[in-house]
Ligand binder design. Structure first.
Ligand SMILES: Cc1ncc(COP(=O)(O)O)c(C=O)c1O
Length: 372
């Protein structure tokens, strides 16, 4: 057993994508930002493509360039960039990476790059339909669309996509979902009237991919579901791909009344066995899991005892027989009875996205179920 390990089941990623692809007529863009939600950028991308994704999406341009550097030739979209990254975006365009444009300054940066390099940029225009995050505000949309139409006529850009993102798709039936779909259609009409008719209209994240076929348009953009975690309650036939585990570093018998870990927020109630686990908040174990995070030791479930430290946690396992080197699982698919990322999210008051994405670089990724 390795000291710490995130075991990534690539067949789960492949099958999760295949099942979403089978459930829609739209193309599937697997979102692999944030190091494939902690699962590993390139292996996650390859597994998603094997499952039938025809596109990959990243937040930042560096991630998209890393995919190209790894030899991945599938269409890529990257959507979050700042003025200081105009040069990176230029490189991305030269590497046949599509970039998102949400504002006039971004269009200007793209066209300036195009004039210098001679490449035509493939862009996806982003409309803010109600998330109020990235995307062009509705009042500014006609102007951005008109400027983009001009750049398209000049051969500087090709508008491959028009797209947007949901605020509330993880609450099926929420009234904003229908409103955002209507706002998206209205934005498409404005674009069409200006002569901008993209090949791809896309709006759906995982939740909408799984629950709102009326939002699929030409392409869906699932992220979290690719990794087997459902963003809404229900059985969607997904398999969680990540198991976070460690080898017990030290096991000791202690007396009743011992204070455990910093601040002694846990005290042994009786003579008991403490297991030291070499994972801490530097590895992505939330400090908020102190005294509440679920842990599975040799087939039984316990709770983190005392505070989560930077590199380690302690678990009081009572009279369970444990040896140094034995397997300790923080979360996995749940098929052996171990806690899941959802259990961790519930315990610490967050979402499973944060649990898997924060697993740090010290934790070795081990790939099973396919070639990374
Ligand atoms: C623009 C965009 N599209 C798609 C996704 C995928 O979302 P999810 O992981 O909820 O499927 C994200 C992730 O936050 C995103 O930022």
């Amino acid at each position: 057993m390795l000291r710490t390990e995130a075991v990534i089941d690539l067949s789960a990623i492949r099958d999760n994508v295949a099942s979403m692809a089978a459930g829609t007529a739209a193309e599937v863009m697997a979102v692999v930002k944030a190091d494939g939600y902690g699962h590993g950028l390139v292996p996650a991308a390859r597994a998603a493509l094997a499952g039938g994704a025809t596109w990959l999406g990243t937040a930042i341009v560096h991630e998209a360039l890393a995919l190209r550097a790894a030899g991945i030739t599938a269409p890529l979209l990257s959507w979050l960039w700042t003025p200081g990254e105009a040069e990176m975006v230029r490189r991305a365009i030269a590497a046949d990476i599509d970039v998102s444009v949400s504002s006039q300054w971004q269009l200007d940066a793209v066209t300036a790059g195009v004039r210098e390099s001679g490449y035509t940029a493939r862009v996806h225009l982003k409309i803010d339909t109600g998330l109020s995050r990235n995307g062009c505000y509705v009042d500014d949309w006609p102007e951005l669309v008109a400027a983009t139409a001009k750049a398209q006529a000049a051969g500087e850009v090709i508008v491959v996509g028009v797209w947007s993102h949901f605020a509330y798709a993880d609450e099926p039936g929420h009234p904003t979902i229908g409103k955002q779909i209507a706002a998206f259609r209205a934005a498409l009409d404005v674009a069409a009237r200006a002569g901008v008719e993209p090949q791809l209209r896309h709006l759906a994240n995982s939740a909408a991919t799984l629950t709102r076929p009326d939002a699929h348009f030409d392409l869906v953009r699932p992220g979290i579901a690719v990794y087997g975690l459902a963003p809404v309650a229900g059985d969607f036939g997904l398999t969680p791909a990540m198991t976070l585990r460690a080898a017990a570093a030290l096991v000791k018998r202690v007396r009743a009344g011992e204070g455990v870990s910093y601040g002694h927020e846990y005290t042994t109630a009786r003579d008991t066995t403490l297991v030291l686990v070499p994972l801490g908040y530097a590895d992505g174990v939330p400090r908020a899991a102190s005294n509440v995070g679920p842990v599975w030791v040799n087939g039984s479930r316990f709770t983190v005892s005392g505070r989560v430290c930077m590199d380690q946690i302690v678990v009081d396992v009572g009279d369970l027989s444990v040896s140094a080197g034995d397997e300790v699982v923080l979360f996995g698919p749940g098929s052996r009875g171990e806690p899941t990322a959802q259990d961790w999210a519930d315990a610490v008051g967050t979402i499973h996205y944060e649990i898997v994405t924060r697993v740090g670089p010290r934790v070795q990724r081990t790939y099973v179920g396919g070639t990374p």
